[in-house]
Design a protein around this ligand. Structure first.
Ligand code: AP5
Ligand code: MG
Ligand code: ZN
Length: 209
């Protein structure tokens, strides 16, 4: 199954992808996660994207498309994959169509108020990338990831100004993909507001699992 997770920042794409990859036995490919790893490693890609990400803007299409195209040549995607956070623009979607088919697009439906609560409390593991939440899902020991022992921190783009910018960018550049994929009959909507267990149930239901 080749799948796209589409939705606003903080909708819970990464949180559901972490569960869905085990349910379906396919890898999660998070472009945001790949960029954050590059920033942490201080690689040329990381140096290029850090200030763009911190400001809540999108990395340019060319860089992002190349990255995904290259990732999809690796062996682990033969049975399928979950693209978490890609495509985010119409040119990215058109480019993807040139190097891969897409079976389903999951559209995460959530109001801005829900997004603000989620992003405001998000805590992330610096080592494994797991998404915690200060209220809904705190790590058992404050500041320490119980999956890998890594440091749990607040993402640089989870500051109020960057959150507003990401929501604006989402409306202008990413939301048009909802109609783009609906017209291709690939879109499945899920209500992303409930707690994660309920969302896992809806996810399986829309896929007929
Ligand atoms: P990216 O990392 O993709 O960030 P984003 O889209 O802003 O989305 P988030 O990761 O913030 O949210 P999410 O939907 O995964 O929510 P999460 O599961 O964490 O991208 C970062 C940056 O990289 C971009 O701004 C851009 O600069 C660049 N980039 C990435 N892809 C790009 C592309 N294709 N093109 C160009 N640039 C690109 O959940 C949020 C919080 O809520 C967590 O704390 C979680 O614990 C909690 N939570 C989740 N679900 C639930 C639930 N059901 N109930 C209660 N709490 C929940
Ligand atoms: Mg994410
Ligand atoms: Zn961890």
């Amino acid at each position: 199954m080749k799948m796209i997770f589409l939705g606003p920042p903080g909708a819970g794409k990464g949180t559901l992808a972490d569960r869905a990859k085990d349910i379906l036995g396919i890898p999660q490919i998070s472009t945001g996660g790949i960029f954050r790893a590059a920033v942490a490693a201080g690689s040329p890609l990381g140096l290029k994207v850090k200030s763009i990400m911190d400001a809540g803007k999108l990395v340019d299409d060319e860089t992002t498309i190349e990255l995904v195209k290259e990732r999809l040549t690796q062996d682990d995607v033969k049975k399928g994959y979950i693209l978490d956070g890609f495509p985010r623009t119409i040119p990215q979607a058109e480019a993807l169509a040139g190097f891969s088919t897409v079976d389903k697009v999951i559209n995460f439906d959530i109001p801005d108020s829900g997004v603000l609560v989620r992003l405001g409390g998000r805590r992330v593991c610096r080592m494994c990338g797991f998404n915690f939440h200060a209220v809904f899902n705190p790590p058992p020991q404050e500041g320490v990831c119980d999956k890998c022992g890594g440091e749990v921190y607040i993402r640089d783009d989870d500051q109020p100004e960057a959150i507003q910018k990401r929501l604006e960018v989402y409306r202008a550049q990413t939301e048009p993909l909802i109609n783009y994929y609906r017209e291709k009959n690939l879109l499945l909507d899920i209500d992303a507001s409930p707690m994660i267990e309920e969302i896992v149930v809806s996810f399986k239901k829309v896929l007929g699992l």
